[in-house]
Design a protein around this ligand. Structure first.
Ligand code: ADP
Length: 147
């Protein structure tokens, strides 16, 4: 029997992608055969950048990885993951306050589909304070956002 491929989905809003996200991708690609960066359209979050703009920014950054795909989705995450033939969801953790939300989401997603595992990777300490929200705030006021 052929060994099954380990396909993981790294979902997020990526509005915009940050070095913190890229660090998770760079480290995640080593663990999986295929890593799909899945850009949630997230109309409810009123993103600053359109899904197409977010996709283009991510593609520019991850082009060097042959086993990374970048797509957008606008459906229930678990349905999207199953349709991709994946069974792993990758999420990043920075600070304690991420934990509560991520924990609840992982439990809900497990109820929706127990065959799909959520896997967490800790941020690298350099990137612990980096978030899309702060990057946008700094850029808006003309600061140097290349954290
Ligand atoms: P969402 O709206 O789904 O939270 P984000 O784009 O804010 O989307 O984040 C996507 C994922 O990346 C989340 O799991 C988040 O915790 C993780 N992440 C964001 N910034 C960092 C960082 N600096 N280090 C590690 N993980 C991060």
């Amino acid at each position: 029997m052929a060994a099954s491929r380990r396909i993981c989905v790294y979902p997020g809003t990526f509005d915009p992608i940050t070095r913190g996200h890229l660090d998770i991708i760079d480290r995640g690609v080593k663990l999986f055969d295929l890593l799909v960066v899945a850009v949630a359209e997230s109309p409810g979050k009123a993103p600053l950048f359109s899904a197409q703009e977010r996709l283009a920014m991510i593609r520019e950054e991850v082009g060097r990885h042959r086993n990374v795909k970048v797509e957008s989705f606008d459906s229930l995450l678990m349905d999207y993951v199953r349709n991709k033939g994946a069974n792993i969801v990758l999420r990043g953790l920075r600070v304690m306050s991420d934990f509560e939300y991520e924990f609840q989401m992982a439990l809900i997603n497990r109820k929706l589909d127990p065959s799909i595992e959520t896997v967490f990777m800790m941020t690298s300490d350099n990137y612990a304070p980096v978030s899309s929200r702060f990057i946008k705030e700094i850029a808006r006021y003309g600061g140097d956002e290349r954290l």
